[in-house]
Design a binder for this molecule. Sequence first.
Ligand code: SAM
Ligand code: SF4
Length: 338
Amino acid sequence: MNDFTPAPAMIDPFGRSISYLRVSVTDRCDFRCVYCMSENMSFLPKQDLLTLEELDRLCTVFVDKGVQKLRITGGEPLVRRDIMTLFRSLSRHLVSGRLEELTLTTNGSQLGKYASELADCGIRRINVSLDTLDAAKFRKITRWGDLDKVLAGIDAAQAAGIAVKLNAVALKGVNEDEVEDMIRWSHDRGIDITFIEVMPMGDIEPDRFDQYWPLSHLRARLLDQFTLDDIDYRTGGPARYVSVRETGGRIGFITPMTHNFCESCNRVRITCTGTLYMCLGQDDAADLRSPLRASANNDALSRAIDAAILRKPKGHDFVIERTTQRPAVARHMSVTGG
Ligand code: SAM
Ligand code: SF4
């Protein structure tokens, strides 16, 4: 234990305190999930990316400004070369008590390799994205993924003492018939499972309307087999939870489409090129790479962050309709991460 007093959080124009930073460390990935990426993605030239040292410096400035929770994401964060160097160096903020939590969102493909090192760096909880337990379907959704490798990764994480939460995107006609099995499978392993509504981000080949399955429908379907009790449990993210009487486990619902949760938004996101997005569903952004590189001291960078937080919008306005063919924002989810 230590007696470090956290810095006061940054406050946006709507009085929300910003204590949570998500950092996309790469836009690349070893999968090509059909709702996330097109098959032929073009990625950023590697020289445009912030170095791991620059990412560390940027995160540290946010910690200095009151960020208490840091989530590393991507693309697939664990495919970035030498990524453990970043986890290792950021873990000093856990040790000092300035950071409450260092975590990541991953597709799980590299967890077999990295789980114990992540645990060593103080990672206590991770989110693993998994939309099906059927190997053939998994390959179809991810285009390139291998289900067994992901399941082995989840085992490795749990064996290393890391709590796993599953994130599953609700996909109409794809995993609809499986949600009860996925819930039982997760809860048998002591894993919470959160369902997410598909969001209209970036151009992809399939029609979003064909993928979109509102969680109100998913929840209604669950009532045939489960008794759900609303609970106050929160993890700092946008999920609303229920507990399941039959399994004793928890289910989360992330409903950007059917229920806008922006009023309690406590987070901002930076991309691997140092662009700060104040909202996942809006295009306004601030370039932090220029002030970061312009000076070895952090004054200009800190001012750029303060100015950006003052522009944080009230919320997103995602819509998915057959007639709305354009995505709400042009960038793919893999740019800002989840
Ligand atoms: N590659 C890692 C993974 O899959 O967990 C981290 C990045 S991925 C962009 C983060 C999360 O965003 C995943 O859970 C993924 O399912 C979700 N996601 C990607 N595109 C989405 C979309 N258009 N709508 C909703 N969720 C999406
Ligand atoms: Fe990769 Fe994650 Fe996007 Fe799937 S959801 S393509 S694993 S970044």
